[in-house]
Design a protein around this ligand. Structure first.
Ligand SMILES: Nc1ncnc2c1ncn2[C@@H]1O[C@H](COP(=O)(O)OP(=O)(O)OP(=O)(O)O)[C@@H](O)[C@H]1O
Ligand SMILES: [Mg+2]
Length: 292
């Protein structure tokens, strides 16, 4: 069976500057994979490469057994940082429908689908049900909570029955329970529909229990493997090129300590984002944590 995404000796540059290089990885079909790493490490760049939006500067890439461009129509993509103004009156079902029509957000619907309007409506209803949004899909998207909006946006990425979903920080701005709920939803889609899911995340902990594999970008390189084989002091220290500690709490949460860019901004690394929450929730363990 061909892999969903494979990179060999891959390097990517933006604006003439290298982002990462020497990356070898293979994501199997049907896996649920998180892409982790600090800001600017090249996580979105990895998705751009997989989508055929950015050619590699060296090495090879194959997506669903084809070139990224050829595979593009078989991929559902949710870009980073979308939000709807509270005054947005477009309904949730219309947001899902936009994915079917192929119209980018904000562009008018083409009339082409009018002939199969009934089929389109049925497909949208099916996906709305799948993402658990039936109760509020008729409401204006701007009036929905972040978690509700996110479910509908995942529905938009799913409505063409893609073989693979690329989701760029879909958990961003969700509270911890909603991060876990959306991760559970995505895992269910992955398992029941056989869709490969590649999800860029800031904090691995809310999704740790659902993942098959992680890809971790830092220090101009990338590594992949099962979560606990990658989020390890030795592996991350080599990747960052400086000493990194990984603390595992009693509940199995992973906290990465000592990343070079850990100064002011929190959440710049898998496991970092909610270190403060961890300290609240896990006092006895937190007391043993080195200061980050
Ligand atoms: N269009 C562009 N032109 C030039 N440089 C870019 C462009 N897009 C991204 N970059 C740079 O490439 C690097 C990787 O960016 P990328 O968006 O892939 O990072 P990221 O890991 O997704 O970060 P974040 O966590 O902030 O989303 C960054 O240094 C960024 O400034
Ligand atoms: Mg990004």
């Amino acid at each position: 069976m061909t892999e969903a995404i494979s990179l060999s000796g891959a390097a990517a540059s933006r604006g003439g500057a290298p982002v990462w290089s020497g990356v070898d990885l293979g994501i199997a079909r049907g896996e649920f994979v998180a892409v982790l790493g600090p800001n600017g490490a090249g996580k979105s760049t990895f998705l751009d490469v997989a989508l055929g939006l950015l050619p590699l500067s060296a090495g090879g890439v194959s997506v669903l057994g084809a070139t990224p461009r050829a595979a593009r129509a078989r991929i559902g993509y949710l870009p980073q940082r979308r939000s709807f103004d509270a005054s947005t009156r477009v309904r949730g079902v219309d947001v899902v429908r936009l994915g079917l029509d192929g119209a980018r957000w904000g562009l008018p619907l083409p009339a082409a689908l009018s002939g199969s309007a009934r089929a389109a409506r049925a497909k949208v209803a099916e996906v709305v049900e799948l993402v658990g949004a039936s109760a509020y899909a008729e409401r204006p998207i701007g009036s929905l909570s972040g978690g509700e909006q996110q479910r509908l946006l995942i529905g938009q990425a799913l409505v063409r029955d893609p073989e693979m979903l690329l989701l760029d920080e879909p958990l961003d701005s969700l509270d911890l329970p909603n991060q876990a709920a959306v991760a559970a939803l995505v895992q269910r889609i992955c398992r029941t529909q056989g869709v490969t899911v590649v999800l860029v995340a800031h904090d691995v902990n809310p999704i740790l229990g659902y993942l098959d594999r992680v890809v971790y970008f830092a220090g101009g390189h990338g590594v992949e493997g099962p979560p606990r084989e990658v989020i390890r002091a030795d592996v991350l220290s080599e990747l960052y090129g400086s000493p990194i500690e990984v603390v595992e709490t009693r509940s199995g949460r992973l906290i990465v300590v000592g990343t070079p860019d850990a100064g002011g901004h929190s959440g710049d690394c898998g496991g970092h984002d909610h270190a403060a929450d961890e300290r609240q929730a896990e006092r006895p363990v937190a007391e043993r944590e080195p200061a980050g």
